[in-house]
Design a protein around this ligand. Structure first.
Ligand code: 5RP
Length: 236
């Protein structure tokens, strides 16, 4: 599966493959979204085909659901599964406390619901995702389309009240239209450069009417599996 991969894809692949070792027979799994999570779904499909592993997955996006079907991973909805043993997902940034920024793939809402409904969350990533402080990657927030400009203004006001210096907010576009998430919402990206207090920011953002969820995952991730371009993997 890993033949002729670029170093970045190899890093993602080896992290995904190692994380799939944590999966055991009978588990109910949360299936993340993004290019690294896609490797995990493929590796899971391989174990199902080759070892007869029996698992069910709850996908966190339509894209992941489609891939799971293609590679033979049985899926169900979160309401059918009710509670999950393990979620494996990617991330855009991981700090030293295992707090995350997610949502680069616009799936943060379902990803957070699914990870929170799991006994354990494993994050898989290439080494470039490890950071000392969150915030260089723009923080996505999912907002309802109704009144999104007003919601964005309220977010900016909130950032002023928290003395956040860099606080440019942009509506995520696809071509000349706002990107629409699987839950029919919009994404606003907060360009903050560095987040001083991620826990506080995560709580405050979710108090703003119109904000559905933010991409800060605080105290949700339990284990991080980092892959390197040369095939080395570290688990912490
Ligand atoms: C999607 C996500 C992804 O997990 C995150 O963007 C990482 O993606 P990739 O593995 O492609 O780098 O949060 O909403």
């Amino acid at each position: 599966m890993a033949a002729e991969l670029s170093p970045i894809d190899k890093a993602k692949f080896v992290a995904a493959r190692r994380a799939v070792d944590f999966v055991s027979d009978g588990m109910k799994l949360g299936l993340g979204t993004g290019s690294t999570a896609a490797w995990m779904v493929r590796c899971l499909g391989e174990r199902i085909r080759e070892e007869g592993l029996r698992v069910t997955g709850v996908p966190t996006s339509r894209r992941t659901a489609e891939l799971a079907r293609q590679v033979g991973v049985p899926i169900q909805t979160l309401d059918e599964a009710k509670w999950l043993d393990l979620t494996i997902d990617g991330a855009d940034e991981i700090d030293t406390q295992l707090n995350l920024i997610k949502g680069g793939g616009a799936a943060l809402l379902q990803e957070k619901i699914v990870a929170t409904a799991s006994d354990q969350m494993i994050v898989i990533a290439d080494a470039a995702k490890e950071v000392a402080h969150l915030g260089a990657f723009p923080l996505p927030i999912e907002v309802i389309p109704f009144g999104w400009r007003t919601t964005m203004a309220l977010v900016e006001e909130t950032l002023v009240s928290l003395d956040v210096l860099n606080r440019e907010c942009t509506l995520r576009m696809t071509g000349d239209r706002p990107l629409v998430t699987d839950e029919s919402n919009y994404i606003i990206d907060l360009h903050l450069k560095r987040i001083g207090n991620p826990r506080q920011l995560a709580l405050v953002l979710n108090q703003i009417p119109g904000v559905v969820e933010n991409g800060l995952f605080i105290d949700i991730c339990d284990i991080v599996v980092i892959g390197q371009g040369d095939g080395r993997v570290t688990v912490r």
